[in-house]
Design a protein around this ligand. Sequence first.
Ligand SMILES: Nc1nc2c(ncn2[C@@H]2O[C@H](COP(=O)(O)OP(=O)(O)OP(=O)(O)O)[C@@H](O)[C@H]2O)c(=O)[nH]1
Length: 376
Amino acid sequence: MVEPELPWWRHVRWLWLSLMSFVALMLLIAYQTRWVYPEIHAYFSQSGNLTGQQLATRARDYLQQGLDLLLLEPDDAEIRQQAHFQIKLAYSLFDIGLYRREYDCTLPSLDAIDELLLRLEGDAPVTATHLRQSVLAPMRCLTRIEMHQLDRRSAVTAEFVDETRRHQGQVLAGSLVIFVLGLGFWLMHELQRRRAAKSAKESLEWMSRALRDPLTGVGNRSALHDDVVAKHGQQMGLLLVDIDYFKQYNDSLGHPDGDRLLRRLVELIQQAMEQRARLYRLGGDEFAVLFECQDDRSLDASCRNLVESLRAAALPHPSHPHATHVTFSVGAARFKADHAGYERGYAAADVALYEVKKKGRDGWQVAALDSREMAG
Ligand SMILES: Nc1nc2c(ncn2[C@@H]2O[C@H](COP(=O)(O)OP(=O)(O)OP(=O)(O)O)[C@@H](O)[C@H]2O)c(=O)[nH]1
């Protein structure tokens, strides 16, 4: 028996698990993309504003430019004005809450720059000492801020890399767990399916054996009953076939030859009745033939055909009292396939068979059932 392929929907639970693992992965990726990365990004760039190290760098650059100008021409009015502008820019970039809060050099530096700006505005002289205190000291402070901010960035970057690695590990471990669970489930399902298929196959074999005659391979009495039930309501013909003087056949040739004759007769009856009928061995040397049959005439024709086929086969019977060949007797009846109809039809065919035996065997008789009896 070929095991049937599983329909696609039987795999749906396996698909469902795969889908779940996919969704879990997507959620993790979405979590990283939507929350983790923007958070890190925001931390680094402060949403695009110039802060942290970047402001300090720019402030230091403006101070540097101011210093360069003042070193060039400290008394020239135009140069002083340009330097004032650069230093003012530096002051505004330096003067932020973060630096004031976190770096104690910020306030003195801002005061020193402020003082230099006043000096420039008031046309007061600017000496090397002034420049050292008001420009170089704040530049040192800004350099300190810059370096500290850079160190902080590096720490955040390292933390980010660790965090990303941890997330990737979680994603990988999660996928592996889901995959292994799915595989385990599939294996269990597969084992269960195979066990079920095996036991179904065994049951079918036992059922089929229970309905079969082991000697000839045709159905037995239970199979006949099942087939009548399956044909419920239809007009059926039933032939009961019994070998004549089979005891004498066995006695003269032995049981193995008797068995061979039974098997040969099965072939012969099947050929004579062709595809339209089913054959059963009811026990000993008695067979039954069942087929759909609408009238007594075709039932009679079937009986005639069967008896003549056996005569034509001319199977030798050395101890037949009235013939040289095997003969059989056939009793036939039509019936409607339901419980009562079958019982009546079977009894009528049996009586007809008995009549044939009584009249000398090697012949057939169709039971005369009127239409009322047929209809039940
Ligand atoms: N070889 C063989 N013989 C069997 C088997 N089953 C039953 N028989 C024999 O079939 C014979 C049936 O004998 P009877 O019932 O007297 O029937 P018969 O000799 O055909 O006599 P009539 O039917 O009256 O013509 C018995 O001798 C049984 O032993 C079987 O499986 N194999």
